[in-house]
Design a protein around this ligand. Structure first.
Ligand SMILES: NC(=O)c1ccc[n+]([C@@H]2O[C@H](COP(=O)([O-])OP(=O)(O)OC[C@H]3O[C@@H](n4cnc5c(N)ncnc54)[C@H](O)[C@@H]3O)[C@@H](O)[C@H]2O)c1
Length: 381
């Protein structure tokens, strides 16, 4: 069986504790500067558990966000001026959590300031920006980790680990979804209506998962509709999207994203990844942190991390925020920078996923299947 090269984010396996991606003395930890202090605030707090990184700086144009961050992390340097944060020597990694359309500018600037970058999903929502990001990374030698949070929850790490051990054989069909009623998000972040497309904003989770198991995607076929909720908030793009995907290797996947439905959390988790392989199946779920698979006798087994790990992933009674998984990807990335080994998803892989989402938009608009184009490497393409 051949293993797809986008390897597992290895950490020490755990039950009841967090994974460890390594442990550095405080003085050697990577200093992290975060821009965009809403979702980015959770990373600052999550790094309290980090073995590899420490929060040193925060940047946001809103003074209330900066004050909140200063209260959460004593001694944190904060500023409204990104250049001022980039000029700091104690910042080794810049983590970007600004609205989607700003990611490309913020990544490029960080590379040119000599910083490695964590960028939340979606990496970018305009493929035309790919060329300058690849050029900036090449010129500066700086590396990027896409903050694909879903990969870094314990059930999804376990699922990948078992796949890499060969337990499910070759993935033949992958069925992934991210469904989430989004009225609260439209209220909190109106830019989601004006500036982005659900094919990027929401589908980036399940599209990444399908691509992670099947490898590069050749073609997609998408259909979409606008829900009553989407209509109420003036959605400019469909907020319920279903996509069939065909990989380069001929295997197939399916993703669903519905951002206006009435949730049934006992029946369906917000994010699920069902990998159907030649030797077995497995299912990972967020936010209930369950993982189902077959044991060596073909008996279905359920691992339930809700009790043991919700304190790490969620830190309080409300599930759905991002702590442990953000800490996991920061530590994973820092460990790869230190070792010199490749990380995943890196800039090239992240941009391939962006091109897959671009094809989803194209298919939605044309009503026909769309080929996934190569990542543009020059402004002419
Ligand atoms: N699962 C995940 O990993 C996950 C979850 C939610 C959001 N996100 C992503 O995180 C990003 C931010 O989402 P959010 O929900 O926090 O949005 P938000 O609108 O709540 O927060 C964005 C923050 O960026 C700040 N900001 C905007 N422009 C700035 C600038 N030029 N300089 C400094 N600060 C600036 C705003 O003041 C605001 O505090 C988006 O790309 C979103 O897709 C990822």
């Amino acid at each position: 069986m051949s293993i797809h090269p986008d390897h597992l984010p290895t950490g020490q396996p755990t039950v009841g504790h967090r994974r460890s991606f390594g442990s550095l003395p405080e003085s050697e930890k990577f200093g992290v500067g975060v821009i965009g202090l809403h979702e980015g605030h959770t990373l600052l707090v999550a790094l309290r558990s980090s073995g590899m990184c420490r929060a040193v700086a925060g940047c946001d144009t809103e003074v209330s966000k900066r004050k909140y961050a200063e209260e959460a992390v004593p001694g944190l340097f904060t500023t409204a001026d990104y250049d001022e944060m980039l000029a700091r020597e104690d910042v080794g990694i810049v983590a970007i959590y600004t609205p989607d359309t700003l990611h490309a500018d913020h990544i490029e600037k960080a590379f040119h300031a000599g910083k490695h970058v964590i960028c939340t999903k979606p990496l970018i929502n305009d493929p035309a920006q790919a060329t300058r990001l690849l050029a900036a990374s090449r010129e500066t030698g700086m590396r990027l980790q896409v903050g694909q949070s879903t990969r870094f929850f314990e059930p999804f790490l376990r699922q990948r680990e078992m796949y890499e051990e060969g337990a499910i054989g070759l993935p033949e069909v992958v069925d992934a979804h991210y469904n989430h009623r989004m009225d609260w998000y439209y209220e909190k972040s109106p830019w989601t209506i004006e500036e982005t497309h659900w094919a990027y904003l929401g589908l980036s989770h399940p599209v990444d998962l399908v691509r992670w198991y099947l490898g590069p995607i050749r073609e997609v076929q998408a259909v979409g509709t606008t829900t009553k909720l989407g209509t109420r908030y003036g959605a400019r793009t469909p907020d319920a999207i279903s996509v069939n995907l065909i990989a380069e290797n001929g295997r197939i996947g399916r993703v669903l994203g519905n951002y206006g439905f009435h949730e049934l959390p006992k029946a369906r988790a917000l994010i699920e990844c069902f990998v159907m392989g030649s030797e077995g199946s497995s299912l990972a779920r967020y936010p209930d942190l369950r993982f189902n698979h077959h044991d060596s006798n073909g008996v279905e087994v359920e691992e339930d991390y809700r009790h043991t790990m919700s304190g790490y992933h969620f830190r309080h009674e409300l599930v759905g925020m991002h702590y442990g998984e953000f800490c996991n990807y920061a530590d994973y990335f820092a460990s790869k920078i230190r070792s010199g080994d490749p990380n995943s998803p890196d800039l090239a892989e992240g941009l391939e996923t962006v091109m897959t989402m671009r094809a989803v938009v194209e298919s939605l608009e044309s009503g026909a299947p769309a080929r996934v184009q190569a990542v543009p490497t020059s402004t002419a393409s």
